[in-house]
Design a protein around this ligand. Structure first.
Ligand SMILES: [Zn+2]
Length: 412
């Protein structure tokens, strides 16, 4: 190992003290004093690695290692140090601390890169405080939407106020944006947040892309009636229709065993929700994700056909509202190949897998090529204090990240 495993572990242990809840949990909301404390210690490690640090007007922490030719587009790495309110020690943190370790190792080996390297801890990746995530990573690319600053947290504090309190100048967002073409590529190491690597007993995965979610809200309308008197064949039961559609979502998403498609219904509202009235109206959400957009479109079509057939059979009417329709974003082949070469060098068989959850990489994918390294996490648990990745796996991932950085720097 060229990286320093012990130092890496110490950094994780120190970071886990900031916003600690219970034995192993973390609560580090975006744009707060707690996050500022995390930034302060991370900035200290960045400085040790020879980087200059700053906090920009979106509340991102940025460390920059000057390259020989500072006019070249930067090699950017990072993730986030904010956490879920009842979160773990590794989500986001891994991408920042492992990147710092990689740059520290560069410095210790006397390597001055040709292009500058930046590590960013993006502000508010998680999105729960103001109900909108990827704030910092969209911010630097000029992709904030109208009304984002007036969103309020549960205490009534607006994003605008939180940013001001954090020391950001919201009138100067432009100064913190990155010009088109100024980022050469983006690398993010992240815990998998799913069980695939753990089940396969592989410490490292190479991400192929981030799947695009299709979010629908379906409303079914039937006829209310007395549950004691309306004979079964005469019913127009909206909940019964919903039940069949929910089963259909599951069947459609799992029709080809081993495919990465996932489909979920996780919320449902029933009207009038009385135990002795047949349900008149039911509203539920569908979340359908796939890395293959054609296949997702095909499955969506199957689903609509199914909804038509089921509602016709049950005498129901329906409407569908599309809430989100994102396309999958693929990792660059050339970066995947470099990561794979570095896995082979360490005799690691690293499977390729897609990411169901989104990450800051999703925002960056619209600005530059990107690559992601996944680290196995125990039982796939994340967004939970039980979240766990071993320091051995994190060190392996960091070694691969370091090798990947060297190979990318060698390219030109
Ligand atoms: Zn994350």
């Amino acid at each position: 190992m060229k990286i320093n495993t012990k130092r890496l572990q110490q950094h994780f242990e120190s970071m886990s003290e900031i916003g600690k809840i219970g034995e192993t949990g973390t609560c580090r909301p975006a744009h707060t004093d707690t996050e500022k404390k995390a930034f302060t210690i991370a900035a200290g490690w960045m400085k040790d690695a020879g980087m200059k640090t700053r906090i920009d007007n979106f509340g991102n922490l940025i460390g920059r290692l000057e390259g020989k030719d500072s006019t070249l587009p930067v090699l950017m790495m990072g993730s986030h140090l904010d956490s879920q309110p009842y979160g773990g020690r590794f989500d986001g943190v891994a991408g920042v601390l492992c990147a710092i370790e990689a740059v520290t190792t560069l410095k210790e080996n006397g390597i001055v890169p040709n292009r500058s390297i930046e590590i960013i801890s993006f502000a508010d990746e998680e999105g729960w405080r103001f109900n909108k995530g990827l704030f910092g990573s969209r911010g630097i690319l000029g992709k904030l939407e109208d009304g984002e600053l007036s969103r309020k947290d549960k205490d009534g504090i607006t994003r605008e106020q939180a940013l001001k309190d954090f020391g950001c100048d919201i009138t100067r967002f432009k100064d913190s944006e990155y010009a088109a073409g100024s980022i050469y590529c983006f690398l993010e190491l992240h815990i998998e947040q799913g069980p695939v690597l753990d089940i396969a007993n592989k410490p490292i995965g190479i991400v192929t892309g981030i799947s695009g979610p299709l979010w629908l809200t379906v409303k079914l309308k039937g006829v209310a009636g007395h549950t004691g008197s309306v004979p079964m064949p005469l019913r127009k039961d909206a909940l019964l229709g919903a039940a069949e559609i929910i089963v259909a979502v599951n069947e459609i998403a799992s029709q080809i065993p081993g495919d990465p498609t996932v489909g979920t219904v996780a919320t449902i509202n029933v009207f009038p929700a009385s135990r002795n009235i047949i349900a008149e109206e039911v509203e539920f959400t569908i979340d359908l994700r796939d890395i293959d957009l054609d296949r997702r479109h095909r499955y969506e079509k199957q689903l609509i056909d199914k909804i038509n057939a089921i509602t016709e059979k049950r005498g129901l009417t329906y409407s569908i509202k599309e809430d989100t329709n994102s396309e999958p974003r693929y990792c660059a082949d050339w970066i995947k190949n470099i990561i794979k070469d570095n896995c082979i060098k360490l005799s690691l068989d690293a499977p390729e897998l897609m990411s169901g959850p989104f990450h800051d990489s999703l925002a960056l994918s619209y600005a530059c090529d990107y690559g992601m390294i996944f680290i196995r996490c125990k039982d796939g648990i994340s967004h939970n204090p039980m979240e766990y990745s071993s320091y051995e796996d994190l060190a392996l991932g960091t070694e691969i990240l370091y090798g990947t950085v060297l190979d990318i720097l060698d390219k030109k």
